[in-house]
Design a protein around this ligand. Structure first.
Ligand code: SF4
Length: 339
Protein backbone atom coordinates (compact mmCIF):
# COMPACT_ATOMS: atom_id res chain seq x y z
CA UNK A 1 0.00 0.00 0.00
CA UNK A 2 2.86 2.37 0.83
CA UNK A 3 4.21 2.71 -2.71
CA UNK A 4 0.67 3.13 -4.06
CA UNK A 5 0.00 5.75 -1.40
CA UNK A 6 3.16 7.68 -2.38
CA UNK A 7 2.32 7.45 -6.10
CA UNK A 8 -1.19 8.76 -5.37
CA UNK A 9 0.16 11.67 -3.34
CA UNK A 10 2.71 12.49 -6.07
CA UNK A 11 -0.12 12.43 -8.64
CA UNK A 12 -1.95 15.08 -6.58
CA UNK A 13 -4.41 13.05 -4.50
CA UNK A 14 -4.88 13.84 -0.83
CA UNK A 15 -6.24 10.43 0.12
CA UNK A 16 -7.07 7.06 -1.37
CA UNK A 17 -8.90 3.96 -0.25
CA UNK A 18 -8.73 0.64 -2.09
CA UNK A 19 -11.60 -1.82 -2.08
CA UNK A 20 -12.74 -4.74 -4.23
CA UNK A 21 -14.99 -4.29 -7.26
CA UNK A 22 -17.83 -6.27 -5.67
CA UNK A 23 -21.29 -4.68 -5.94
CA UNK A 24 -22.31 -2.55 -2.94
CA UNK A 25 -25.33 -4.73 -2.14
CA UNK A 26 -26.12 -2.82 1.07
CA UNK A 27 -26.84 0.28 -1.05
CA UNK A 28 -29.60 -1.42 -3.07
CA UNK A 29 -32.41 -1.19 -0.47
CA UNK A 30 -31.35 2.38 0.36
CA UNK A 31 -31.62 3.43 -3.29
CA UNK A 32 -34.88 1.52 -3.76
CA UNK A 33 -36.37 3.21 -0.71
CA UNK A 34 -35.31 6.60 -2.13
CA UNK A 35 -37.11 5.69 -5.38
CA UNK A 36 -40.25 4.62 -3.52
CA UNK A 37 -40.27 7.88 -1.55
CA UNK A 38 -39.66 10.08 -4.65
CA UNK A 39 -36.19 11.05 -3.40
CA UNK A 40 -34.20 9.43 -6.19
CA UNK A 41 -32.35 12.06 -8.24
CA UNK A 42 -33.46 12.40 -11.87
CA UNK A 43 -29.94 13.36 -13.00
CA UNK A 44 -28.22 10.04 -12.23
CA UNK A 45 -28.36 6.48 -13.61
CA UNK A 46 -31.86 5.12 -12.97
CA UNK A 47 -30.82 1.44 -12.98
CA UNK A 48 -30.03 0.69 -9.34
CA UNK A 49 -28.09 -2.49 -10.20
CA UNK A 50 -25.75 -0.47 -12.42
CA UNK A 51 -25.26 2.17 -9.73
CA UNK A 52 -24.10 -0.29 -7.10
CA UNK A 53 -21.83 -2.30 -9.41
CA UNK A 54 -18.32 -1.01 -10.30
CA UNK A 55 -18.33 -3.53 -13.18
CA UNK A 56 -20.97 -1.40 -14.92
CA UNK A 57 -18.07 0.98 -15.64
CA UNK A 58 -15.27 -1.56 -16.21
CA UNK A 59 -16.53 -5.06 -16.99
CA UNK A 60 -13.49 -6.93 -15.68
CA UNK A 61 -12.74 -4.64 -12.73
CA UNK A 62 -11.13 -6.38 -9.76
CA UNK A 63 -10.19 -3.42 -7.56
CA UNK A 64 -11.47 0.10 -7.05
CA UNK A 65 -9.35 3.02 -5.85
CA UNK A 66 -11.49 5.72 -4.25
CA UNK A 67 -9.65 9.04 -4.47
CA UNK A 68 -10.04 12.37 -2.72
CA UNK A 69 -8.64 15.80 -3.59
CA UNK A 70 -8.99 18.60 -1.06
CA UNK A 71 -10.35 21.94 -2.28
CA UNK A 72 -10.76 24.27 0.70
CA UNK A 73 -8.86 27.48 -0.05
CA UNK A 74 -9.96 30.95 1.13
CA UNK A 75 -12.91 31.75 3.40
CA UNK A 76 -15.82 33.18 1.37
CA UNK A 77 -17.10 35.83 3.81
CA UNK A 78 -20.56 37.40 3.45
CA UNK A 79 -22.16 38.11 0.07
CA UNK A 80 -21.73 41.81 -0.90
CA UNK A 81 -24.75 43.69 -2.33
CA UNK A 82 -25.53 43.00 -6.01
CA UNK A 83 -23.32 39.89 -5.94
CA UNK A 84 -24.14 36.18 -6.08
CA UNK A 85 -22.26 33.49 -4.22
CA UNK A 86 -20.61 30.47 -5.83
CA UNK A 87 -20.06 27.13 -4.10
CA UNK A 88 -16.40 26.48 -3.17
CA UNK A 89 -16.30 23.46 -5.48
CA UNK A 90 -16.71 25.73 -8.53
CA UNK A 91 -14.30 28.55 -7.69
CA UNK A 92 -11.22 27.11 -9.33
CA UNK A 93 -10.38 24.99 -12.35
CA UNK A 94 -13.00 22.37 -13.30
CA UNK A 95 -12.45 19.50 -10.88
CA UNK A 96 -13.57 16.89 -13.40
CA UNK A 97 -10.61 17.72 -15.62
CA UNK A 98 -8.27 18.13 -12.64
CA UNK A 99 -9.15 14.73 -11.18
CA UNK A 100 -8.92 13.00 -14.54
CA UNK A 101 -5.42 14.43 -15.11
CA UNK A 102 -4.31 13.03 -11.75
CA UNK A 103 -5.97 9.69 -12.50
CA UNK A 104 -4.11 9.43 -15.83
CA UNK A 105 -0.83 9.84 -13.95
CA UNK A 106 -1.73 7.19 -11.35
CA UNK A 107 -2.92 4.79 -14.07
CA UNK A 108 0.57 4.88 -15.63
CA UNK A 109 1.94 3.79 -12.24
CA UNK A 110 -0.67 1.02 -11.91
CA UNK A 111 0.23 -0.37 -15.32
CA UNK A 112 3.94 -0.32 -14.51
CA UNK A 113 3.79 -1.69 -10.95
CA UNK A 114 0.60 -3.74 -10.65
CA UNK A 115 0.32 -5.19 -14.17
CA UNK A 116 -2.99 -3.44 -14.71
CA UNK A 117 -4.11 -3.75 -18.33
CA UNK A 118 -7.45 -1.98 -18.24
CA UNK A 119 -8.38 0.95 -16.02
CA UNK A 120 -11.39 3.28 -16.11
CA UNK A 121 -11.93 6.71 -14.56
CA UNK A 122 -15.11 7.80 -12.82
CA UNK A 123 -15.65 11.41 -11.74
CA UNK A 124 -19.12 12.61 -10.81
CA UNK A 125 -20.98 11.65 -13.98
CA UNK A 126 -20.48 7.86 -13.93
CA UNK A 127 -23.33 5.61 -12.67
CA UNK A 128 -21.34 4.86 -9.50
CA UNK A 129 -22.05 6.35 -6.08
CA UNK A 130 -18.83 8.19 -5.30
CA UNK A 131 -19.71 8.74 -1.65
CA UNK A 132 -20.67 5.11 -0.97
CA UNK A 133 -17.43 3.84 -2.54
CA UNK A 134 -15.33 6.33 -0.55
CA UNK A 135 -16.97 5.04 2.64
CA UNK A 136 -16.68 1.37 1.63
CA UNK A 137 -12.97 1.77 0.96
CA UNK A 138 -12.37 3.39 4.35
CA UNK A 139 -11.31 6.69 2.74
CA UNK A 140 -14.07 8.68 4.42
CA UNK A 141 -16.97 8.63 6.82
CA UNK A 142 -20.53 9.84 6.24
CA UNK A 143 -21.81 13.05 7.77
CA UNK A 144 -25.39 13.83 8.73
CA UNK A 145 -25.33 16.36 5.87
CA UNK A 146 -24.88 13.46 3.39
CA UNK A 147 -21.32 14.62 2.63
CA UNK A 148 -18.28 12.38 3.08
CA UNK A 149 -15.59 13.51 5.50
CA UNK A 150 -11.95 12.76 4.76
CA UNK A 151 -9.83 13.88 7.72
CA UNK A 152 -8.09 16.31 7.99
CA UNK A 153 -9.82 18.00 5.04
CA UNK A 154 -13.38 17.80 6.34
CA UNK A 155 -16.01 17.39 3.66
CA UNK A 156 -14.23 19.81 1.30
CA UNK A 157 -13.03 17.02 -0.98
CA UNK A 158 -13.67 16.03 -4.56
CA UNK A 159 -14.25 12.30 -4.89
CA UNK A 160 -13.78 9.86 -7.76
CA UNK A 161 -12.72 6.31 -8.55
CA UNK A 162 -10.25 4.41 -10.67
CA UNK A 163 -11.48 0.94 -11.65
CA UNK A 164 -8.64 -1.51 -12.20
CA UNK A 165 -8.50 -5.05 -13.65
CA UNK A 166 -5.72 -6.07 -11.22
CA UNK A 167 -5.48 -7.07 -7.59
CA UNK A 168 -4.34 -4.14 -5.44
CA UNK A 169 -3.51 -4.03 -1.73
CA UNK A 170 -6.67 -3.15 0.19
CA UNK A 171 -6.59 -0.31 2.69
CA UNK A 172 -6.62 3.45 3.00
CA UNK A 173 -4.37 6.42 3.59
CA UNK A 174 -6.97 7.91 5.92
CA UNK A 175 -6.86 7.61 9.67
CA UNK A 176 -10.60 7.82 9.83
CA UNK A 177 -12.39 7.99 13.18
CA UNK A 178 -15.43 5.75 13.52
CA UNK A 179 -17.74 8.71 13.96
CA UNK A 180 -17.87 12.23 12.50
CA UNK A 181 -21.07 13.79 13.68
CA UNK A 182 -21.53 15.15 17.16
CA UNK A 183 -25.31 14.96 16.68
CA UNK A 184 -25.58 18.76 16.72
CA UNK A 185 -27.81 18.69 13.60
CA UNK A 186 -26.40 22.12 12.67
CA UNK A 187 -26.53 21.11 9.00
CA UNK A 188 -30.21 20.12 9.15
CA UNK A 189 -31.15 23.32 11.00
CA UNK A 190 -29.19 25.45 8.49
CA UNK A 191 -30.69 23.97 5.30
CA UNK A 192 -32.91 26.72 3.83
CA UNK A 193 -35.17 24.41 1.82
CA UNK A 194 -35.46 21.44 4.22
CA UNK A 195 -33.80 19.35 1.51
CA UNK A 196 -31.83 17.87 4.38
CA UNK A 197 -34.65 16.66 6.58
CA UNK A 198 -33.08 14.04 8.87
CA UNK A 199 -29.54 12.79 9.59
CA UNK A 200 -28.17 11.39 6.33
CA UNK A 201 -31.48 11.94 4.49
CA UNK A 202 -31.90 14.36 1.61
CA UNK A 203 -34.56 15.23 -0.93
CA UNK A 204 -32.28 16.10 -3.88
CA UNK A 205 -35.01 17.94 -5.80
CA UNK A 206 -35.21 20.53 -2.98
CA UNK A 207 -31.45 21.04 -2.72
CA UNK A 208 -30.20 24.48 -3.82
CA UNK A 209 -27.20 22.82 -5.38
CA UNK A 210 -29.55 20.93 -7.72
CA UNK A 211 -31.95 23.85 -8.21
CA UNK A 212 -29.23 26.30 -9.30
CA UNK A 213 -27.84 23.79 -11.80
CA UNK A 214 -31.08 22.49 -13.30
CA UNK A 215 -32.31 23.81 -16.62
CA UNK A 216 -35.70 25.48 -17.04
CA UNK A 217 -37.55 27.47 -14.43
CA UNK A 218 -36.88 27.21 -10.70
CA UNK A 219 -40.15 26.42 -8.87
CA UNK A 220 -41.61 29.52 -7.17
CA UNK A 221 -41.53 27.97 -3.68
CA UNK A 222 -37.70 27.91 -3.73
CA UNK A 223 -36.84 31.25 -5.28
CA UNK A 224 -36.64 33.30 -2.08
CA UNK A 225 -34.90 30.43 -0.28
CA UNK A 226 -32.13 30.45 -2.85
CA UNK A 227 -31.35 33.96 -1.53
CA UNK A 228 -27.79 34.71 -2.83
CA UNK A 229 -26.79 31.33 -4.28
CA UNK A 230 -25.63 31.83 -7.86
CA UNK A 231 -24.26 28.32 -8.24
CA UNK A 232 -24.38 25.42 -5.81
CA UNK A 233 -24.80 25.62 -2.05
CA UNK A 234 -22.33 25.08 0.78
CA UNK A 235 -24.62 25.98 3.67
CA UNK A 236 -24.84 22.52 5.28
CA UNK A 237 -21.09 22.01 4.99
CA UNK A 238 -20.29 25.53 6.18
CA UNK A 239 -22.57 25.05 9.21
CA UNK A 240 -20.74 21.89 10.31
CA UNK A 241 -18.51 22.33 13.38
CA UNK A 242 -16.26 19.51 12.09
CA UNK A 243 -15.50 21.56 8.99
CA UNK A 244 -14.32 24.65 10.85
CA UNK A 245 -10.80 23.28 11.34
CA UNK A 246 -10.54 21.51 7.98
CA UNK A 247 -7.06 21.66 6.52
CA UNK A 248 -6.48 24.03 3.61
CA UNK A 249 -5.80 22.42 0.22
CA UNK A 250 -2.26 22.38 -1.16
CA UNK A 251 -3.66 22.79 -4.70
CA UNK A 252 -3.53 26.32 -6.09
CA UNK A 253 -5.78 25.31 -8.99
CA UNK A 254 -8.82 25.39 -6.69
CA UNK A 255 -8.23 28.99 -5.61
CA UNK A 256 -10.96 31.31 -6.91
CA UNK A 257 -10.92 32.12 -10.62
CA UNK A 258 -14.59 33.03 -10.29
CA UNK A 259 -16.18 33.84 -6.95
CA UNK A 260 -16.53 33.44 -4.07
CA UNK A 261 -18.91 36.28 -5.01
CA UNK A 262 -19.66 37.52 -8.53
CA UNK A 263 -21.18 40.92 -9.51
CA UNK A 264 -24.61 40.13 -10.93
CA UNK A 265 -25.55 43.04 -13.18
CA UNK A 266 -22.67 42.49 -15.66
CA UNK A 267 -23.71 38.82 -15.89
CA UNK A 268 -27.10 39.74 -17.36
CA UNK A 269 -25.63 41.07 -20.61
CA UNK A 270 -22.76 38.60 -21.15
CA UNK A 271 -22.32 37.35 -24.71
CA UNK A 272 -21.72 33.63 -25.28
CA UNK A 273 -18.04 34.32 -25.88
CA UNK A 274 -17.71 36.42 -22.71
CA UNK A 275 -19.44 33.67 -20.74
CA UNK A 276 -17.09 31.04 -22.15
CA UNK A 277 -14.02 33.19 -21.43
CA UNK A 278 -15.16 33.80 -17.86
CA UNK A 279 -16.54 30.41 -16.86
CA UNK A 280 -15.08 27.97 -19.42
CA UNK A 281 -12.16 26.84 -17.20
CA UNK A 282 -14.51 26.16 -14.27
CA UNK A 283 -17.26 23.63 -13.60
CA UNK A 284 -19.86 26.43 -13.84
CA UNK A 285 -19.85 26.37 -17.64
CA UNK A 286 -21.51 23.00 -18.25
CA UNK A 287 -25.14 24.16 -18.06
CA UNK A 288 -24.52 27.21 -20.22
CA UNK A 289 -25.11 30.93 -19.90
CA UNK A 290 -28.90 31.01 -19.54
CA UNK A 291 -28.86 29.00 -16.31
CA UNK A 292 -26.40 31.39 -14.66
CA UNK A 293 -28.30 34.44 -15.95
CA UNK A 294 -31.61 32.99 -14.68
CA UNK A 295 -30.04 32.56 -11.23
CA UNK A 296 -28.61 36.10 -11.33
CA UNK A 297 -32.11 37.51 -12.00
CA UNK A 298 -33.57 35.59 -9.04
CA UNK A 299 -30.87 36.82 -6.65
CA UNK A 300 -31.34 40.42 -7.83
CA UNK A 301 -35.04 40.01 -7.07
CA UNK A 302 -34.22 38.65 -3.62
CA UNK A 303 -31.79 41.46 -2.84
CA UNK A 304 -34.16 44.18 -4.05
CA UNK A 305 -31.62 46.88 -4.91
CA UNK A 306 -33.09 49.64 -7.16
CA UNK A 307 -29.90 49.68 -9.31
CA UNK A 308 -30.97 46.28 -10.62
CA UNK A 309 -34.30 47.48 -12.05
CA UNK A 310 -33.10 48.87 -15.40
CA UNK A 311 -30.78 45.93 -16.26
CA UNK A 312 -33.60 43.52 -15.30
CA UNK A 313 -36.05 45.45 -17.51
CA UNK A 314 -33.69 45.14 -20.47
CA UNK A 315 -33.30 41.44 -19.75
CA UNK A 316 -37.07 40.96 -19.48
CA UNK A 317 -37.63 42.79 -22.77
CA UNK A 318 -34.97 41.31 -24.98
CA UNK A 319 -33.27 38.20 -23.60
CA UNK A 320 -33.66 35.35 -26.14
CA UNK A 321 -34.43 32.74 -23.43
CA UNK A 322 -38.03 32.41 -22.14
CA UNK A 323 -36.65 31.12 -18.84
CA UNK A 324 -34.38 34.13 -18.28
CA UNK A 325 -37.11 36.61 -19.31
CA UNK A 326 -39.52 34.94 -16.87
CA UNK A 327 -36.93 35.11 -14.04
CA UNK A 328 -36.25 38.79 -14.83
CA UNK A 329 -39.99 39.57 -14.72
CA UNK A 330 -40.31 37.69 -11.42
CA UNK A 331 -37.39 39.72 -10.00
CA UNK A 332 -38.94 43.02 -11.17
CA UNK A 333 -42.27 42.14 -9.50
CA UNK A 334 -40.39 41.20 -6.34
CA UNK A 335 -38.52 44.51 -6.22
CA UNK A 336 -41.71 46.43 -7.02
CA UNK A 337 -43.56 44.66 -4.17
CA UNK A 338 -41.05 45.99 -1.64
CA UNK A 339 -41.86 49.66 -2.39
FE1 SF4 B 1 -29.69 22.21 2.05
FE2 SF4 B 1 -27.84 23.67 0.73
FE3 SF4 B 1 -27.14 21.40 1.97
FE4 SF4 B 1 -28.65 21.34 -0.27
S1 SF4 B 1 -26.51 22.01 -0.11
S2 SF4 B 1 -28.95 20.13 1.58
S3 SF4 B 1 -29.93 23.20 0.07
S4 SF4 B 1 -27.92 23.31 2.93
Amino acid sequence: MENLQKAAHDAGFDGIGVTTASPLEHMKPILEQAKDEGRYPDFVEQDVDRRINPRSVLENAVSVIAVAVAYKTVEPGPTPPLHGTVSRSAWGLDYHRELEKRMDQLIIFLKEHYHAKACAKAVDTSPLIDRAIAIESGLGIPGDNCAVYVPPFGSWVFLGEILVDAVLPLGTTSSVPTKTCVECQACIKACPTQALYAPGKIKPQRCISYLTQKSGQIPLEFREKIKNSLWGCDICQQACPQNQSAKVSRHREFRPIVGPHIPLIPLLSLSNKEFKDMFGPTSMAWRGKNTVQRNACIILGNQGHPEAVEPLRQCAASHPSDTVREAANWALRKIESRK
